[in-house]
Design a protein around this ligand. Structure first.
Ligand SMILES: *Cc1c(COP(=O)(O)O)cnc(C)c1O
Length: 301
């Protein structure tokens, strides 16, 4: 069986890809995570690969996470890349959300080693201000895709120039929209420096809100900010169920309608996710977020 390796922090799109490709969920091997950023342990990864080979399996690829959806889980990409290289495995880096922040040099340490990956994905529609949808994939060897997907029926044999790139041979759909154009307009209209300022503000505001909530006696930070994403919990009244209390809190916040948050589970327990990423968010909105969260939490009976 083909085997693919990742942490348990990767996005559900990975599970789907594993189903659709026919590899099968049982062949997505979850490597245990550790540390503040919930990174998979490269030594455990390598041990799993070696054990699989011994058992007649065929290790095929590794998916590294940079900025996982739940709490920003981020692997040691350089460490993972070294394992991939030693064992001749394909390495994909999923930075769908956090990738936009890599326009800022000071955040690039989060994906140090990404230059060794075979492919990287990030979605400018998530945090760069691009209109939905706009996902960017960097590929080391597009020939791999062409070898897998290219097909030349009679009606597509036109008089093209040699060496021309037929993007229709890089993806499952034949037709595709010119999404790169809106990215070009975005960069020209705002400029890299303005986009960097937006992202730096989001990170700074999120860190400041986390610090403010941490300073309140009835709140606790569950996962520290990874870029602009952190998670927190409100302390339930004595004898109350913390999970149930925080689920009620997140629902009450969303019903209120001033801000929108989602919940996740961290080590089995409910935590509320806070993330800043919208293009027009202001510092005042973050004050609103603080007021909304504290006011609603303290009003729950
Ligand atoms: C949003 C997200 C995805 C899914 O991206 P699509 O382009 O919508 O499939 C995958 N991985 C991560 C880390 C994400 O944040």
């Amino acid at each position: 069986a083909l085997r693919v390796y990742s942490s348990d922090q990767v996005h559900t799109s990975i599970d789907r890809a594993i189903w659709v490709s026919g590899i099968g969920e049982e062949n997505l091997v979850r490597i245990p995570v550790a540390g503040r950023f919930r990174a998979m342990d490269p030594a455990a990864l390598e041990a799993a690969i070696i054990a699989d080979r011994k058992n007649g399996m065929l290790p095929a690829g590794i998916i590294a996470s940079v900025g996982g959806t739940s709490t920003g889980g981020t692997d040691d990409v350089a460490g993972v890349a070294a394992v991939a290289r030693r064992h001749g495995l394909y390495l994909h880096v999923d930075a769908a959300w956090a990738g936009s922040a890599m326009i800022c040099p000071e955040y690039r340490h989060f994906w140090a080693g990404a230059e060794q990956a075979d492919s990287i994905v990030f979605n400018p529609h998530k945090w760069l201000g691009a209109q939905f949808d706009c996902s960017v994939q960097f590929i080391r060897q597009p020939e791999d895709l062409v070898r897998t997907l290219a097909i030349k029926p009679e009606f597509l044999k036109t008089h093209g120039r040699d060496g021309i790139i037929n993007y229709s041979e890089w993806s499952v759909p034949l037709g595709r929209r010119f999404r790169a154009l809106k990215l070009w307009f975005l960069l020209r209209a705002h400029g890299l420096e303005n986009l960097r300022t937006m992202i730096r503000n989001h990170v700074a505001w999120s860190e400041r809100l986390a610090a403010r909530l941490a300073g309140e006696p009835d709140f606790e930070i569950v996962t520290e900010p990874m870029l602009s994403l952190f998670s927190f919990r409100h302390v339930a009244a004595k004898g109350g169920d913390a999970d149930e209390h925080n689920l009620r809190l997140v629902n009450a916040i969303n019903d209120d309608g001033r801000i929108y948050l989602t919940q996740t589970r961290v080590d089995g327990h409910v935590a509320i996710r806070f993330q800043v990423g919208q293009f027009e968010t202001t510092a005042a909105d973050i004050d609103t977020a603080f007021e909304t969260i504290t006011e609603i939490a303290r009003g729950l009976v």
